[in-house]
Design a protein around this ligand. Structure first.
Ligand code: ATP
Ligand code: MG
Length: 556
């Protein structure tokens, strides 16, 4: 980085300024610190792109640190899923580290605070401690155990660590100030007793450090230059500073903490606790259900890393809380898939269409571009015959002038093929249309260069040849919540669930679909983008709807 370079957001600018003043570029180090208690979600994508993006921009290392201080909720499976998701987004971490790597060091430092008279064992239960916290305007009450002797504190804490005391019987607290205007400084708990094996340290510990005691120290141990976190951690800064100041003389670089706003998305919940509840209650099939806002869910749904990068870059990094319209996320994936997805004819809701003047046995091959946005994509042949399927909704016996699809007596073009004219219909005894009869203009073939091929008609329909149609299983997905802000609605978020967020159907595709492989994405023309579910088997591929071609919700 040269001097005076401008940052793209306030955090980049801070780093540029630091480099221009008193930091050298080899001091820069960032980290992304997930707690392995669930899968990463779209909010995390923002924090990942920020930290790893800074690493790329300033050519500095980025650690992946698992904040694994709560063995009750954490697991190796979550660790693995998190690593997979970050790699899929295209980022590489420098070191894979764990807060649990520092349990020994943290324990030593806790003893140091005890020896300095700045930490004590409190033998009250959690309700009693909570009741003494006070309020922002009223000081808290000091614990009756606050003035235990150093020797007693040390013995008790060592016994706690050795598993000699029951869960809940004691905690270790920092001795700061029960009247501090910052509630977090009112003698925060540093350790609690947990008889729970840890996915890494196994049965080594019976006390586990609290997040606030661990987080700032871990940043310091790793010599993170800029510790970036979401706004709710702003008041924690003072506590992290207190811990590091009391452990003086520490000689290393002090991490500089800066806060940015969380990414909130309309029609979505992102708290891991709430996502876990959706799974627990069977609303979704798991963390990677394609309706989940998790990275794994979005991947299964057909989102690309590029579309997620574009989304968080467009949403930006700011200091103010806001809610981003989920339409922006959908727009970003639609734009990217428009560039890369091959086009296919797929009929979702078929009705038979017979071309009465087309020879019965003839199968003609017509040619369709695979991607008009990308000339290198080439084309495919599509079989055309007397017996076709079109979408039911593309035909009306009688329609007003605004209906640009097929009606009796009017012409439309069949995409990549001929112009046809509606002639009559066949109905069943209930009066429902079972077949549409039409005629075609043999001179009007697309791309043939004839005068009739240039003839303009109002509508173009997609179609498939009946004898060649490939039935495919399709998962149609819609938003999981009906309420724009399920977190803030009057109802509980569990009461705003869209009952139609997942519909399974069979659709009919042109034969080119046989080339599809897992995770391939296609544009089903005039319908939307669909991705082969990576969890489906090769012998029966399932297509997940990623997004429609247009924002259908904007009209609702
Ligand atoms: P959740 O509320 O979803 O459980 P969390 O903050 O507890 O999230 P962590 O695993 O602790 O989840 O988060 C790891 C990092 O990702 C933290 O630095 C956190 O600030 C950041 N992060 C989490 N959620 C968001 C979000 N919605 N927007 C931006 N950053 C986020
Ligand atoms: Mg957290």
């Amino acid at each position: 980085m040269s001097e005076n370079t401008k940052g793209n957001n306030f955090i980049e600018q801070l780093i540029v300024d630091d480099l221009n003043q008193n930091y050298s570029s080899d001091q820069l180090r960032f980290r992304f610190p997930p707690e392995p208690n669930g899968y990463l979600h779209i909010g995390h994508v923002k924090a990942i792109c920020l930290n790893f993006g800074l690493g790329k921009k300033f050519q500095a290392p980025v650690n992946l640190r698992f904040d694994d201080t709560n063995p009750v909720k954490e697991s190796k499976d979550f660790v693995d899923a998190i690593k997979k998701d970050i790699s899929w987004l295209g980022f590489q971490w420098d070191k894979e580290v764990y807060a649990s790597d520092y349990f020994e060091q943290l324990f030593e430092w806790a003893l140091e605070l005890i020896d300095k008279g700045l930490a004590y064992v409190d033998s009250q239960d959690s309700e009693a401690i909570a009741s003494q916290k006070g309020t922002p305007t009223r000081a808290g009450t000091e614990s009756p155990f606050r003035n235990r002797s150093t020797a007693e504190n040390r013995t008790l804490f060592e016994e706690m660590a050795a598993g000699k005391h029951e869960e809940g019987s004691h905690v270790l607290r920092a001795k700061i100030d029960m009247a501090s205007p910052n509630m977090l400084l009112r003698d925060p708990v540093m350790y609690r007793i947990l008889f729970e094996p840890h996915h890494r340290t196994e049965n080594q510990w019976f006390v586990y450090p609290m997040y606030d005691w661990t987080h700032g120290e871990s940043d310091y141990i790793e010599q993170i230059s800029h510790s970036l976190c979401t706004l709710e951690f702003k008041p924690h800064r003072e506590l992290y500073d207190w811990f590091l100041n009391t452990l003086e003389p520490l000689k290393g670089l002090r991490p500089k903490q800066r806060e940015f706003s969380r990414l909130n998305l309309s029609y979505t919940v992102t708290s891991k606790r709430k996502l876990a509840k959706l799974i627990e209650k069977g609303i979704v099939a798991g963390w990677d259900d394609p309706r989940m806002p998790t990275i794994s869910g979005l991947r299964r749904r057909g989102y690309t890393p590029a579309s997620l990068h574009k989304f968080v870059t467009t949403a930006g990094i700011s200091k103010r809380e806001n809610v981003i319209d989920v339409g922006l996320l959908e727009f970003c994936v639609r734009e990217h898939l428009n560039e890369i997805a091959p086009r296919l004819h797929v009929v979702m809701n078929p009705v038979k269409l017979t071309i009465t003047n087309f020879p019965e046995k003839l199968v003609e091959e017509v040619v369709g571009d695979l991607n008009p946005e990308d000339s290198s994509a080439g084309s495919r042949n599509i079989p055309f015959s007397k017996h076709l399927y079109i979408e039911k909704e593309d035909f009306k016996e009688e329609a007003n002038r605004k209906f640009f699809r097929l009606t009796i007596g009017k012409e439309v073009r069949l995409k990549n093929a001929y112009i046809i004219k509606g002639e009559s219909v066949i109905k069943n005894e209930k009066g429902e249309i079972t077949e549409i009869l039409c005629t075609y203009d043999p001179e009007s073939k697309s791309g043939s260069g004839s005068a009739a091929s240039q003839r303009k008609v109002k509508g173009t329909l997609h179609w498939v040849s009946q004898p060649h149609a490939q039935p495919i299983k399709v998962n149609l997905y819609d938003r999981l919540f009906l309420h724009e802000s399920p977190d803030k609605s009057e109802q509980d978020f569990m009461d705003c669930i869209n009952p139609d967020s997942h519909v399974v159907t069979t659709a009919y595709a042109e034969p080119y679909i046989k080339n599809a492989e897992k995770e391939d994405t296609f544009q089903f023309q005039r319908i939307g983008y669909f991705t082969v579910d990576p969890m489906s088997t090769n012998s029966s591929l399932v297509f997940n709807k990623t997004v429609g071609l247009r924002d259908s919700w904007s009209k609702k």
